[in-house]
Design a protein around this ligand. Structure first.
Ligand SMILES: [Zn+2]
Ligand SMILES: [Zn+2]
Length: 142
């Protein structure tokens, strides 16, 4: 357990309209950027920024709508969003859940200034204009 966890550090976030709210332990297990076409479509933009956190350390409230996505890798992704305002908030994968891990769409954090993405997924479908900072780990696929 890290010092931050021992200190019980928490961060909060929610969807655009505020119907969905959550609180999570901090820092995240991983901060990554996903350039897959599915994330581009779902977010309506160039990529998703995701933080992986322990599911057990996440508290959430509000109604989530679920879209069961096939994903480019063929593994199912449960994409959970606010049915009222449409903000994508959580993604759950069977592999992640087996490890007790859930992904939060990092743009929904109340303070996204602390984010430091270290891994870029699905760079093979990265949009041409996007430049990835030096030093990041690049994965062509998942
Ligand atoms: Zn909402
Ligand atoms: Zn993706």
């Amino acid at each position: 357990m890290s010092e931050a966890e021992a200190a019980g550090e928490r961060r909060s976030g929610g969807c655009l309209c505020g119907s969905v709210r959550y609180e999570t332990s901090w820092p995240p297990l991983l901060t990554g950027v996903c350039h897959c076409r599915h994330c581009q479509k779902q977010a309506g933009t160039a990529f998703s920024v995701l933080v992986a956190v322990p599911f057990a350390a996440l508290e959430r409230s509000g109604d989530l709508t679920v879209y069961e996505d096939g994903s480019e890798s063929g593994n199912p992704v449960m994409r959970k969003f606010c049915g009222k305002c449409g903000s994508p908030v959580f993604s759950e994968t069977p592999d992640g859940m087996a490890q007790g891990m859930i992904f939060i769409k990092a743009g929904t954090l109340d303070n996204p200034d602390e984010l430091e993405p270290t891994v870029h997924f699905w760079t093979q479908s990265k949009q041409n204009w996007v430049t990835i900072p030096q030093g990041a780990v690049l994965l062509e696929k998942q």
